[in-house]
Ligand binder design. Sequence first.
Ligand SMILES: Nc1nc2c(ncn2[C@@H]2O[C@H](COP(=O)(O)OP(=O)(O)OP(=O)(O)O)[C@@H](O)[C@H]2O)c(=O)[nH]1
Ligand SMILES: [Mg+2]
Length: 288
Amino acid sequence: MVNIENDLRKILPQMFFLTIQIQRDQEGFNQKKSHKYIRRGDKMVFKHDYDDVPVIKVVFWGPSMAGKTTALTIYKVLKSLEDPKQVYKFLKVEDPTGRTLFFDQAIFGLGTNPQTRKSRYKYHIFTVPGQERHSGQRKVILQGAHGLVIVIDASKNQYEYNKESIAELNILLKDKFVNGGISFVFCLNKMDLPKEERISVADLGKLLVETGWSSNLRDSLSRVVETSCLNARDDLTKILQEKNLDELKDEKGYLKRDLRPESVQRIVKPIEMVLREILVKKLQEVGN
Ligand SMILES: Nc1nc2c(ncn2[C@@H]2O[C@H](COP(=O)(O)OP(=O)(O)OP(=O)(O)O)[C@@H](O)[C@H]2O)c(=O)[nH]1
Ligand SMILES: [Mg+2]
């Protein structure tokens, strides 16, 4: 019999290796605050895979070209360098222009059970295809999600597409996001664009208040991480091309986590925030 509470207590402290301090850190996100979003009595059910490992489902949502596939690819490359044994699957399905056709997916492990040597948990990340014509697929992919990473395109000329994408999600989720049925974090991506070509984090904060994702600006900002997949990809490529790559690895031959460039850490952070909130919620459920 698996002791879920013990498993969770072991995983939670291990999960957060946020060794690089993000300058404009969203300190507002802490365990105490996240409780506000947790609806008691709304039980969270994890499906189990063929190894009987519980699986957390996370969906990357957002309009076409926002950077969902790019962000997941960067995350997968990083995990393969840092912890390859916890990377189970990675699949991209794209059309000839690089737009996702059905979905991308990747499965990662979390923690290791010393007795079975299997992961204690797995998390299965899907990206939705953002193009308008794929709305039916988005609805199917969203089903059963425990958490969402919502990727917003900071380009000014994509503002209306972001709004439409959020509105579609509002309809599909009904009130789930307001009272804590689902964990979510927003990525404001493409922050490498020149200032005059992109929206600011405050602009996104206001949009989230307007669309009901948050009751006030401060709360909405605590759930936004500014990212640039472009910078993260470049920084990760530099590491891979490093002449002294071996010096960046630990005794097991894996890339040291505290060497993550800040741009890459920003891609990891939303995923960790969502996973942490889901696990805290589960811990509360089993503790009650
Ligand atoms: N400048 C800039 N470009 C980016 C960034 N992230 C992604 N891109 C580019 O944006 C384009 C679309 O990226 P994708 O990751 O395929 O977008 P997506 O959200 O998966 O799009 P769909 O699959 O159609 O839903 C690609 O050309 C990327 O190189 C970023 O942070 N900055
Ligand atoms: Mg895609």
